[in-house]
Ligand binder design. Structure first.
Ligand code: 5GP
Ligand code: ZN
Length: 113
């Protein structure tokens, strides 16, 4: 499962990405197809599909990402507001089934969302 996961490959460094932050729990890099002037993806090092697959032990990790978002948004230049989004499942618009949090910001209009 994780062998073919694109975000696992990015976590392992097998696919290049423009990283802006990393620690023992997660990495953060620029989305390859930005939907806003600032578009970051926060990706846990551990593979799990989405919030449906999250467990109580992920509570600290999920909270950590929410609290990290404002800092990274600001550092990347989103100084006038931002969105923090997790897509879940087909009707949620999820394309990559490795949980991730989008951080979108910068001057509007944005391409989508
Ligand atoms: P989802 O639709 O699953 O919530 O979002 C997946 C996001 O991953 C999309 O915004 C897409 O542009 C981004 N993405 C997909 N493949 C790559 C990649 O190889 N590198 C980077 N940096 N972003 C990717
Ligand atoms: Zn994965």
């Amino acid at each position: 499962m994780t062998e073919n996961c694109i975000f696992c490959k990015i976590v392992r460094g097998e696919i290049p990405s423009r990283r802006v932050y990393e620690d023992d729990d997660l990495i953060v890099f620029h989305d390859i197809h930005p939907a806003a002037p600032v578009h970051l993806l926060m990706v846990p090092r551990e593979h799990f599909a989405n919030l449906d697959a999250a467990e109580p032990r992920h509570e600290r990790l999920l909270g950590k990402m929410q609290l990290l978002a404002p800092r990274l948004a600001r550092e990347q230049g989103a100084t006038n507001g931002y969105r923090v989004v997790t897509n879940n499942g087909p009707d949620g618009g999820q394309e990559v089934y490795h949980l991730h949090v989008h951080v979108l910001g910068g001057p509007r209009p944005w391409k989508r969302l």
